[in-house]
Design a protein. Structure first.
Length: 570
């Protein structure tokens, strides 16, 4: 793994459509590689493109070794991979092996009979003792699914339930079974043989379940106001998770040369666990996606019950991760992905007056931390959340199910919608805005989800033509990472941790030191920063137009600056 690079995430369905069916595809990605090369990213990560009934937009896979016809063919994939490599970039696949689709042949076989040789490839359990299959509360445990309702689905034919931590069309694989693990490793090897450069591993810290010797799974903590409990203690970083990841490393990666990248998506992971996962000596994964900083604005009712974000909480959280992984392990850095609302709307200010400054401020802040930064498609354009009107405008299974369950349980529909508009995943999934033309240049047909009407202003064509755009700021940040080793590798020291508007820190590597100062607010702000920087070079700033001579301590709305000095020059 090259840890000085930047990764760009593509959500193929929403990236670019090459054949007019309204769905982004491999041809669309091929057609836009210039954009990615101009941005200067090192690695592309593709969200799932495998065969899938698309219940969860491809995170429900029915064939791991073929491309969904909506996205293209294996031949086209090879062409894309060669083109990506030809431009000096790498390509990382999404690996979704906590669960398959219920239409995967493994599950079809498993479901066919309790005597099936693949029965034990999934989590089949009888109803709760003393209860009839299908009765309310008869599920084997009280766990809620991440997409509303119970985590168990009854199979009428056998009278047994199967586990699905996500949708009923995403049955969980049983990693206790060594045959499952070997089948997964073989599939991973097949992709690596094809030339891919690694994997982003979907909810990989959920593959080990806490199962008793008799096969018993435990009820979770009850959740107020819900018939279901929180089972996460039984499957977040479960008892065998490190063993499984070490085994995977040993079987899949250890004997291969090359700079392969592995990143584990890990909801609920702690800093202490992350150190173990990313300690090179333990050979598990290169880095993890943690969720702490993107959960800080979740209220008591969860992600759809948002509360205002406090900058001091962000600093405390990201700062703790910087510190926790400073000696051993490695951070990944992200604001956005296909599961998160757009950062400029969420933590910045997407009004015309502040959109560019706040997007570039947040980008500077993140990219100057120690770790590997991830840019999610459209983030480099300052794309915003979408103006969803009614529930009909949403496509995501999580949002649609949440609405249905919450409204059925008596919640006010408008309040539920307001929550979806704020944190719903569809905000990230509206089509990439390439031009100001029809459908933002995404498709010549009807897009599967509406294009954000602000593409008249926010689009790649305009951004590339404007040197002060969000795009060029991201490009400069990535370039800086490539040319200035302290950006990726330097030590990190947080400054002014209690300031509610200023996020500032220093970085140091050898005799090079950086001072990063960001005004995360729409006000003019003064920060009490350490002295000795007056003559330091301004490496990059997002508002060079507004620095007033003699007023270096004054930060304009959403201003971000990075200064550089060498020791001896203090
Ligand atoms: C991960 C994915 C998300 C998906 C879920 C189930 O969190 O990022 O999009 O819905 O796993 O696969
Ligand atoms: Ca298409």
């Amino acid at each position: 793994m090259d840890i000085t690079g930047a990764v760009y995430q593509i959500y193929p369905r929403s990236f670019a459509d090459s054949n007019g069916d309204g769905i982004g595809d491999l041809g669309g990605i091929l057609a836009h590689l210039d954009h990615l090369q101009a941005l200067g990213v090192d690695v592309l990560w593709l969200s799932p493109i495998y065969c899938s009934p698309q219940d969860d937009n491809g995170y429900d896979i029915s064939d791991y070794q073929d491309i969904d016809p909506a996205f293209g063919t294996l031949e086209q994939f090879d062409e894309l991979l060669a083109a990506v490599h030809g431009r000096g970039m790498k390509l990382v696949m999404d690996l979704v092996v906590n669960h398959t689709s219920d239409e995967h042949p493994w599950f079809v076989e498993s479901r066919s009979s309790p005597d099936s040789p693949k029965r034990d490839w999934y989590w089949w359990r009888r109803p709760r003792p003393g209860m009839a299959a299908g009765a309310a509360g008869a599920e084997p445990t009280n766990w809620a699914s991440a997409f509303s309702g119970p985590a168990w689905e009854l199979d009428e034919a056998s009278g047994e339930y199967y586990l699905h931590l996500f949708s009923p069309k995403q049955p969980d694989l049983n990693w206790e079974n060594p045959q499952v693990r070997q089948a997964v490793y073989a599939m991973m090897g097949w992709w690596l043989d094809r030339g891919v450069d690694g994997f982003r591993m979907d909810v990989i810290n959920m593959i080990s379940k806490d199962v008793g010797p008799d096969g018993h799974l435990h009820d979770g903590r009850p959740v107020e106001g819900s018939p279901y409990g929180d089972g996460s203690a039984s499957y977040i970083c479960g008892p065998r998770i490190h063993e499984f990841l070490q085994e995977m490393h040993q079987e899949v990666f250890a004997h291969r040369d090359g700079q392969l990248l592995t990143v584990g998506e890990m909801p609920g992971v702690t800093v202490e666990e992350a150190v173990l996962f990313t300690d090179p000596a333990r050979a598990e994964v290169d880095m993890v996606f943690q969720f702490e900083h993107v959960d800080l604005d979740h209220g008591p009712g969860g992600k759809f019950d948002p509360r205002p974000l406090r900058l001091t909480d962000v600093k405390a959280s990201l700062g703790r991760w910087q510190e926790g992984l400073e000696e051993v392990g490695w951070n990944s850095l992200y604001w956005n992905n296909h599961d998160q609302p757009r950062v400029v709307s969420r933590f910045g200010d997407d009004s015309p007056a502040h959109r560019v400054a706040s997007a570039t401020c947040l980008a500077t802040l993140l990219h100057l931390h120690r770790g590997t930064p991830y840019v999610y498609q459209g983030e480099e354009l300052g794309m915003t959340n979408a103006p969803f009107d009614s529930i009909q405008d949403f496509r995501d299974i999580e949002s649609v199910n949440h609405y249905r369950h919450a409204v059925a349980a008596g919640a006010d529909a408008e309040t539920v919608l307001a929550g979806l508009r704020w944190t719903g995943r569809d905000n990230a999934r509206t089509p990439v805005q390439w031009t100001s033309g029809p459908n933002a240049g995404f498709t010549t047909g009807t897009p599967w989800i509406a294009v954000n009407p602000n593409h008249d202003v926010v689009n790649a064509e305009a951004a590339r033509a404007d040197p002060d755009s969000v795009f060029h700021h991201y490009r400069r940040l990535i370039e800086l990472r490539h040319t200035e080793p302290v950006v990726a590798l330097g030590d990190f020291t947080m400054l002014v941790p209690h300031h509610e508007q200023v996020y500032a820190f220093t970085r140091r590597l050898g005799d090079v030191e950086l001072l990063v100062v960001c005004n995360v607010s729409g006000d003019d702000v003064r920060a009490d920063l350490p002295g000795g920087w007056a003559d330091a070079e301004l490496l990059i700033g997002n508002r060079p137009d507004v620095v007033v001579p003699g007023e270096e301590g004054l930060l304009r709305p959403w201003e971000a600056r990075v200064h550089r000095r060498t020791c001896g020059n203090q």
